[in-house]
Design a protein around this ligand. Structure first.
Ligand code: MOS
Length: 729
């Protein structure tokens, strides 16, 4: 199905099932511990061997020698795979560094061996016996130290243009009556998901099956085949349940490759879970940024000039953290400049994490906006409203498909009790707590991605949906079932959803908040095709057919779907493909975050007291799962504002706090009651579901709202995240 004109009325609009706050259909499996995760696939392989990964002990250089003798002789060892004996390996399209390093080492804890043994303990003990001698060479690890030498990032598909300029920023900024020129920094951050990267691999002859945890089944099937140098058709990748991804499982990682290599070498199935201490340096992370924002405005509060420059680093061949994305689109202003600079750093691979680009970008921009409002003596809600735009400010002929930022801000202000905020900081005391309120806009782009599905109707009237879409804890199973139930006129319990298998049609996968709207649109397309097949099979004109109550009907004629399916059943496969609507209209999602914090007057400990997010993201397919997404994202925003910080050892080039004790994320006790309001809207330009992404919108802006609340509470303006108490003392 080609989607190239805005959606008109369609079966989804009935909203019998879609749009309802239904419980997740996979909930009981999760709550009873019976959802089969990759490392626990006792149902498919009963007695696998265990692989333990060894990570490099230097950040840059070469392996001079590797003594495997003691490890090979250790009890239970079946095989040891290194770059020396693995045979030729390519690099995946989505990988920046090699997943099995050696003799060249590209980053600390790059995998250099997998030891396979009969038990996990044997593999771990043997891995500790491998002796490696390195020739280390100096590397570059400190972004701040090399910032001034960082060249413009190369243009890439995912990051869009490196530099944009409209009008004459410098002159307009110089002439502005009120100006801000400030630097902000965000640190390296880790996904820190609960489930580590894990894979069970088994070969049948030249065919490989991997049960793994991966957000993007087709990308990673392709990259596993490419890395091994075998045809894609020989690889099956299965990923039905994922214990948290956050972008860290968008790509093929070393667990999958080394399980496959280990299984081939050992001649039996092997499973590998990355040890927690390895995950922070072996896998990807969100790169640190240094951001400079300059804003000029007239005394009337209108922005006349806005510039956002961002510096980040990555290994050779990597890309920038696209922290300037939102600044191109969020506020009006005639004279504009954005620029991304990319330094080569020899730290582990940087890549997507929890709304890459906008999440760290908004942490800077929305504090800068708060600072400007303060300089202008304006309320920060009013300052944002005044500088709203309904068109792309870089391309004014291009409207937003929907943009209700102003409504989000106004409704949020009203519900949160914003009028009680004291404009002057440091005025409100509650016992030992200094109390403040902060606001920030939320903004995240909406992406259209092709997505396909297969739908089968059987003789019992059961509808089975198959697509390689994944559910990373987001609710994909449920909204896909809702979509099929709505389109085919059956109750939810007549729909079976099967996900995360490369044998199924290729979906959009889960990432960049594109999963929900696109995967359901693909399922909708397949269901519409199935409707045609059902109608034809019973001699009803598809254009007249009505699907409801497990029946297809036209005029006085009614046929139960089970009967229409016949003994053999009916099957249809289709997908959603997009035209140029995303070029004609800027498609973004909007919101407003309101936060109240308390700062201990003596210790400067920060506690979040209240949070509210108002979101405008098109039709909300399931308000319960969408709310869960947003409160999870708000929690991540608190983590980014107050806690999360990969500390770089700038001499040896690795992240020091590589476990969940040293890498702090919020726990329940850190998070107060959170409110989420969705504006009632549809976006017919975005998808036939009239829905857009919403999950990552919830994280974009929260960190700044926390920072702005701390400023309001204390008068302290901290521009370097995380805002730990030492920065407030
Ligand atoms: Mo998200 S960081 O694109 O999985």
């Amino acid at each position: 199905m080609k989607f190239d004109t805005p959606a008109t009325t369609n079966p989804i609009d009935q909203l019998n099932v879609v749009g309802r706050p239904l419980d997740r259909i996979d909930g009981p499996l999760k709550a009873t511990g019976t959802a089969p995760y990759a490392y626990e696939r006792h149902d498919v392989v009963r007695d696998p061997a265990y692989g333990v990964v060894l990570g490099a002990g230097i950040a840059k250089g070469r392996i001079a020698s590797m003594d495997l003798n003691a490890a090979q002789a250790a009890p239970g060892v079946l095989a040891i795979v290194t770059a020396q004996n693995a045979g030729p390996l390519a690099k995946g399209q989505y990988n920046t560094a090699k997943l099995l390093g050696g003799p060249e080492i590209e980053h600390y804890h790059q995998a250099i061996a997998v030891v396979v043994a009969k038990t996990f303990e044997q593999a771990r003990a043997a891995a500790s016996l491998i002796r490696v001698a390195y020739d280390a060479v100096p590397g570059t690890f400190d972004l701040a130290a090399v910032k001034d030498r960082a060249p413009l990032a190369k243009e890439t598909d995912s990051s869009g243009p490196t530099r944009t300029a409209v009008g004459d920023f410098n002159s307009a900024f110089d002439a502005a009556a009120v100006r801000l020129d400030a630097h902000y920094t965000t640190p390296d951050q880790a996904h820190a998901m609960m489930e580590p990267h894990a894979t069970l691999a088994a070969w049948q002859g030249d065919r490989l099956t991997v049960w793994t945890a991966n957000q993007m089944v087709a990308w990673s099937t392709g990259d596993l085949a490419k890395t091994l140098g075998i045809p894609k058709e020989k690889v099956r990748l299965v990923s039905p349940y994922i214990g948290g991804g956050f972008g860290g499982k968008l790509f093929l990682r070393s667990d999958a490759l080394l399980a496959a290599l280990g299984a081939r070498a050992a001649g039996r199935p092997v499973k590998v879970a990355l040890q927690r201490p390895l995950m922070f340096n072996n896998t990807t992370h969100r790169p640190a940024t240094i951001q400079r924002i300059r804003i000029g405005a007239g005394r009337d509060g209108r922005i006349t000039a806005i510039a956002h420059e961002s510096w980040s680093g990555d290994l050779p061949g990597g890309g920038p953290e696209t922290a300037v994305n939102q600044t191109r689109l969020l506020y009006a202003g005639a004279h504009r400049l954005t620029e991304m600079r990319l330094a080569v750093l020899d730290l582990p691979e940087g890549n997507a994490m929890r709304a890459p680009g906008e999440a760290p970008g908004m942490m800077a921009l929305e504090v800068a906006i708060d600072e400007m409002a303060e300089r202008l003596g304006m309320d920060p809600v009013e300052f944002r409203v005044l500088n709203d735009t309904q068109v792309d400010p870089e391309k004014p002929q291009r409207p937003f498909s929907q943009r209700r930022l102003t409504e989000c801000l106004r409704l949020g202000a009203q519900r949160f009790g914003w009028s009680a905020r004291q404009a002057r900081p440091g005025q409100v005391r509650d016992g030992r707590w200094l109390v403040g309120m902060g606001v920030a806009a939320a903004f995240r782009n909406n992406l259209q991605m092709a997505s396909a599905a297969r739908v089968r109707l059987d003789g019992r009237g059961i509808v089975t949906v198959e697509t390689d879409m994944t559910d990373i804890g987001t609710g994909s199973y449920t909204i896909i079932a809702q979509t099929a139930a709505e389109t085919l006129g059956v109750p939810l319990d007549k729909v079976v959803v099967r996900l995360g298998d490369s044998d199924f049609p290729v979906s959009c996968g889960s990432g960049g908040q594109w999963g929900a709207a696109n995967s359901t649109s693909g399922v909708y397309a397949a269901c519409m095709k199935l409707r045609e097949a059902v109608a034809r099979s019973v001699g009803i004109d598809p254009a007249q057919a009505v699907f409801a109550n497990d029946q297809v009907r036209a005029g006085a004629r009614r046929v139960p779907l089970a009967q229409a399916a016949g003994d053999k059943g009916l099957v249809a496969e289709d997908g959603i493909e997009y035209g140029d609507l995303d070029k004609r209209f800027q498609q973004s999602t909007f919101g407003a975050h309101f936060v109240e914090v308390g700062v201990d007057a003596a210790t400067c400990e920060v506690r979040v007291r209240r949070m509210l997010a108002v979101c405008a993201a098109g039709r909300i397919l399931n308000p319960k799962s969408a709310r869960s997404q947003v409160i999870g994202a708000m929690t991540m925003g608190v983590g980014a504002a107050l806690m999360e910080d990969l500390v770089v050892d700038t001499r040896r080039g690795f992240f020091v706090n590589h476990d969940l004790a040293g890498y702090e994320v919020p726990v329940h006790a850190d998070i107060p009651h959170q409110d989420v309001i969705f504006l009632d809207e549809t976006d017919p330009v975005a998808s036939p579901m009239k829905a857009k992404g919403v999950g990552e919108l919830g994280i974009c802006g929260v960190g700044a709202a926390v920072a702005n609340a701390i400023h309001n509470a204390t008068g302290m303006r901290v521009r370097d995240y995380p805002i730990t108490l030492d920065k407030l003392l």
